[in-house]
Design a binder for this molecule. Structure first.
Ligand code: PLP
Length: 396
């Protein structure tokens, strides 16, 4: 028997790997020093742990340790990258290009920037969720200072053509920022090979603790500068003040080491199960996958499926106590609005409403996937039995 409820919401957050917790523990108690204390061994110990973690995070994304700024997570990283670049480069220009399907932390930072006099272009996506690079290039103006395109989408898992985008940015002398929160640790990300100038990541999406993340800020070719959004003691080279959360930083570092060492294994594991899950659910009448079906253009652990003529809220409610999953993004799932990401793909409200986002992870089992296929199939059938919409549709 499979143990209920099963967790298929890894894109929303992941449990901490026990090896990560173990690495963190001493830094709550015995090694509690403030990493900024220069005058005693407690501080040195903290500083040493932070500097090791900085190397570990940098190694996972092909960066230099000095290019890593610790933040409270990707929301802060997104805010710091967008607002920090806007403030610093404002005399050069006020134009930013981003995409309609970005995370709210990017979209709302952009709306904030608009209120400060910035001009932001929100590019549309095609039915697979991908941007059109030609359209991106055409949108560049002499005043464009930043292009912000996420690496992989949190709802549909679609991976944008990052190298094509960074090439365009380079050619026009525009900085390129990517929210890579869903991609780092899951697929190979390399700031050099990918041509990335700024990158946000978050520990709790890669089996680390919540409330810690990092912003990569390029130091050479070009040297990127930004205005701090948190002023104070001048930590993190003045880019982010505040006493460092040493245990969490140690956890993020350890999580990065594990992701690098186990990426091949993790990917093979989740991809095989994801494909089974997807194929199983696609045998249900009126089921369709949202986003690209090309495995090269999608995260290995994510699938997003719509079921026609189903009330999504009822489906979620029916499954809720047995399967933890989400419809649309976690941040908006409290509201009744259908996912803006799915709407941007061109889905009608009813299909966008009746979608499930399934995120698999390191501890997802075969039994859980077999159970989920059966349970979701049964629930869809049960709801359709009661549905006048489905009756009408079937009789046409
Ligand atoms: C989860 C997520 C965020 C927010 O990260 P936090 O660390 O929880 O603030 C931002 N962007 C994407 C793509 C995400 O998936």
């Amino acid at each position: 028997m499979v143990k209920l409820p099963i967790y298929l919401d890894y894109n929303s957050t992941t449990p901490c790997d026990p090896r990560v917790v173990e690495a963190m523990l001493p830094y709550f108690t015995r090694k509690f020093g403030n990493a900024a204390s220069r005058s005693h061994v407690f501080g040195w110990e903290g500083e040493e742990a932070v500097s090791q973690a900085r190397e570990q995070v940098a190694a996972l994304i092909g960066a230099e340790p000095e290019e890593i700024v610790f933040t409270s997570g990707a929301t802060e990283g997104d805010n710091l990258a967008l607002k920090g670049v806007f403030e610093l480069y404002r005399s050069k220009g006020n134009h930013i290009i981003t995409v309609a399907t970005e995370h709210k932390a990017v979209l709302d930072s952009c709306h904030h920037i608009e209120k400060l006099g910035g001009e932001v272009e929100f590019l549309p996506v095609d039915a697979e969720g991908l941007i059109d690079p030609a359209q991106l290039e055409a949108a560049i103006r002499p005043t464009t200072i930043l292009i912000a395109v996420m690496y992989a989408n949190n709802e549909i898992g679609v991976i944008q053509p990052i190298r094509t985008i960074s090439n365009i940015a380079r050619r026009h002398g525009v900085l390129f920022f990517t929210d890579a929160t869903q991609a780092v640790g899951k697929v190979p990300v390399n700031v050099q090979e990918d041509g990335i100038d700024l990158l946000a990541l978050s520990a709790h999406k890669l089996y680390g603790p919540k409330g810690i993340g990092a912003l990569y800020v390029r130091r050479r070719d070009p040297r990127v500068r930004l205005t701090a959004q948190m002023d104070g003691g001048g930590h993190e080279k003045g880019m982010r003040s505040g006493t460092l959360n040493v245990p969490a930083i140690v956890g993020l570092g350890k999580a990065c080491v594990l992701c690098a060492a186990e990426m091949k294994k993790d990917t093979a594991h989740v991809m095989a199960l994801r494909d089974q899950l997807e194929n199983g659910l696609l045998t249900i009448e009126g089921a369709r996958v949202n986003g690209s079906r090309d495995p090269q253009k999608r995260l290995p652990q994510t699938t997003n499926i719509s079921f026609s003529h189903i009330d999504g809220q009822a489906l979620l409610a029916g499954l809720g106590k047995d399967i933890a999953l989400s419809s649309g993004s976690a941040c908006t799932s409290a509201s009744m609005e259908p996912s803006y990401v799915l709407k941007a793909l061109g889905l009608a409200d009813d299909l966008a409403h009746s979608s499930l986002r399934l995120g698999l992870g390191r501890w997802t089992t075969q039994e859980e996937i077999d159970y989920a296929i059966r349970r979701i199939g049964d629930e869809v059938a049960r709801l359709r039995e009661k549905s006048i919409l489905w009756e009408t549709y079937k009789n046409i």
